[in-house]
Design a protein around this ligand. Structure first.
Ligand code: AMP
Length: 286
């Protein structure tokens, strides 16, 4: 496995692979890799001839006062994990390489980026879309792999790929969880032992929402309340949102009709750690 840090080398490698008729899969990450990331890399390795795992903590997607500086980083560990999972290349550029002075262009995908995460982290998805577009240009993938864990991010990237006619297939893979249901995340290392224990209530809250819908609840506020009740049991928690929305466009009708695809979305701060999670379901017919 090769580690590439410069744009020129990355572009050369991608062009060469394409010339040889190889299919390229890309897995964009911010590093500090865990089994969730590995599931994406492994799938890419199974489906593509060559796999680029990108590792870049993207300053453009962090707001003021967020955790950009303290975001966990461990390049040596990451390269070992990326190699074992089947990467051909780790692309790990510096911030200066990605955003040289004078950098000015950003990508705004419209309303889908303004709700939920977008409302609590203004500019976040502009940063995400911009860096992913750059990473796509540099790695020239046939297929790009993302986790359902970041559900709204998947919608944002899909919108961008569709609107800008990027010739890339997106694969969204299921969320990998710890034994108690907590979604794996690089940010979980911030949690104290006690916080880590109560963090599994996020999963329990999502399940409560799913159960309510399965039992016939269609009223959005009632579904949200089921989730809220569980989250209220977490000491030291601040709930940014616990919301049911339409899976395709994240709209919030008073009631979801039978057959509707619904996503349950959570963003909760436990102490200074902000966790997100989600689950998808379909509203049953009577
Ligand atoms: P991150 O490094 O957190 O930006 O994540 C990089 C990619 O891995 C994104 O597409 C995430 O959605 C995905 N990912 C993160 N956590 C998980 C998880 N627990 N299960 C599956 N995919 C994940």
């Amino acid at each position: 496995m090769q580690v590439i840090t410069t744009i020129s080398e990355m572009q050369q490698w991608s062009q060469q692979q394409r010339r040889m008729g190889k299919t390229i899969g890309v897995v964009p990450t911010m590093g500090y890799l865990h089994d969730g990331h590995c599931s994406l890399i492994e799938r890419a390795a199974a489906e593509c001839d060559a796999v680029v795992t990108t590792i870049f903590v993207n300053p453009l997607q962090f707001g003021q006062g967020e955790d950009f500086e303290r975001y966990p980083r461990d390049m040596e560990r990451d390269t070992t994990i990326a190699r074992a999972a089947g990467s051909s290349v780790v692309f790990a550029p510096t911030t200066a390489e990605m955003y040289p002075s004078g950098f000015a262009t950003t990508i705004d995908v419209g309303p889908i980026a303004e709700r939920f995460e977008g409302a609590f982290r203004p500019g976040h998805f502009r940063g995400v879309a911009t860096v992913v577009a750059k990473l796509f240009n540099l790695t020239q993938p046939h297929v790009a792999y993302f986790g359902q864990k970041d559900y709204q991010q998947c919608l944002v990237i899909s919108q961008m790929v569709r609107d800008l006619n990027m010739d890339i297939t997106l694969r969204i893979l299921p969320t990998v969880r710890e034994q108690d249901g907590l979604a794996m995340s690089s940010r979980n290392v911030y949690l104290s032992a006690e916080q880590r224990r109560t963090a599994s209530l996020l999963y329990r809250a999502l399940q409560a929402g799913i159960d309510a819908i399965a039992r016939g609840e269609r009223r959005r506020q009632h579904i949200n309340k089921r989730m809220q009740e569980i989250l209220d049991q977490i000491p030291d928690a601040r709930i940014d949102y616990a919301a049911a929305a339409t899976a395709e466009r994240l709209e919030e009708p008073d009631e979801f009709p039978p057959g509707a695809s619904v996503v349950l979305l959570l963003a909760v701060r436990i102490g200074s750690t902000r966790l997100i999670d989600n689950m998808l379901t379909t509203v049953p017919y009577d």
